[in-house]
Design a protein around this ligand. Structure first.
Ligand code: PMP
Length: 285
């Protein structure tokens, strides 16, 4: 069935949802985006995602041509118009159509796209058994070059890391920052647990402030668990009792091997399973 896509002010059939080859989102990756989920007909953390989108846009001096409330309404409409209840939603705002030069002043109107599609979940087996990850040579981009808090259309840094992981036989990777500390994964945030204490890299480590990350930190604290945002190195991961990742697509997923070292018992750990269950309850409540 053909999806209806929001493109520049109206919903059009997916066959007609095309963007110019002169769009600077295409030519230069000049733009921002969000990945959002809807569960049982309700968009999860919609306000948080819209806020992050507008923050990303502001940081790259891109003015989204509608107020945040209207964006939120269009995101809801994109889900409803396609008759979806559980959905993965992609919002993309690019600099728009310009000429072949870099100058964004040649792009008078940003392009706004909202795609609400059915969700492709990771196989259940990965959640039961846990993921294997490796750390990769490509470091996360330093904050002062292109802050990873900006969810920009420039994902080449993450894609290179992902390719290095695929070449090593894994589907997710640990990216370090240039100081050698753990930053995040190619499309997920990372946590580790030792002696019951949960630790995750701080924003200064050069990460996207994941909305799932924030949700899981809140859930853990509400259960009386200690969560510390602190620099971690690979050693900290290797000696952890548990490691898990968070992200909109993956939700909460256990990691059982890092750079060939088995983590804990080699199975997703107890706290990971507790937090995963709590997250599932939250999104389905
Ligand atoms: N880090 C990166 C680089 C990501 O692309 C994502 C996915 N958007 C995340 C972390 C997780 O963020 P969220 O929980 O908001 O999906």
């Amino acid at each position: 069935m053909s999806l209806k896509i929001y493109l520049d002010g109206k919903f059009v059939p997916e066959e007609d949802a095309s963007v110019s080859v002169f769009d600077h989102g295409y030519l230069y990756g000049d733009g921002v985006f969000e990945g959002i989920r809807a569960y049982s007909g309700k968009v999860f953390k919609l306000d948080e995602h819209v806020r992050r989108l507008y923050d990303s846009a502001r940081a790259i001096m891109l003015e989204i041509p509608m107020p945040p409330q209207e964006m939120a309404a269009k995101i809801n409409e994109a889900v409803n118009i396609n008759g979806l209840t559980d959905a993965y939603i992609r919002v993309v705002v690019s600099r728009g159509k310009g000429d072949l030069g870099l100058d964004p002043r040649k792009c008078p109107r940003p392009t706004v796209v909202i795609i609400a599609a059915s969700i492709q979940l990771y196989p259940q087996e990965l959640y039961d058994k846990g993921l294997e990850v490796v750390s990769v040579p490509t470091n996360r981009i330093p904050n002062e070059c292109l802050n990873p808090r900006i969810k920009s259309l420039n994902y080449l840094n993450n894609i290179l890391a992902k390719i290095e992981g695929i070449n090593a036989g894994v589907i997710e990777v640990v990216m370090l920052n240039r100081n050698g500390y753990v930053a995040e994964c190619s499309g997920d945030n990372i946590f580790c647990i030792r002696d019951g204490v949960i630790r995750t890299p701080p924003v200064e480590a050069g990460i996207l402030l994941g909305i799932t990350r924030g949700t899981v930190i809140d859930l853990a604290r509400s259960k009386g668990l200690q969560v510390i945002e602190t620099n971690l190195n690979r050693f900290d991961l290797y000696v952890s009792d548990e490691v898990f990742l968070t992200g909109t697509a993956a939700e909460v997923i256990g990691v059982v091997k890092v750079d060939g070292r088995a983590i804990g018992s080699g199975k997703p750990g107890e706290i990971t399973r507790t937090l995963k269950a709590a997250f599932e309850e939250l999104v389905r409540s």
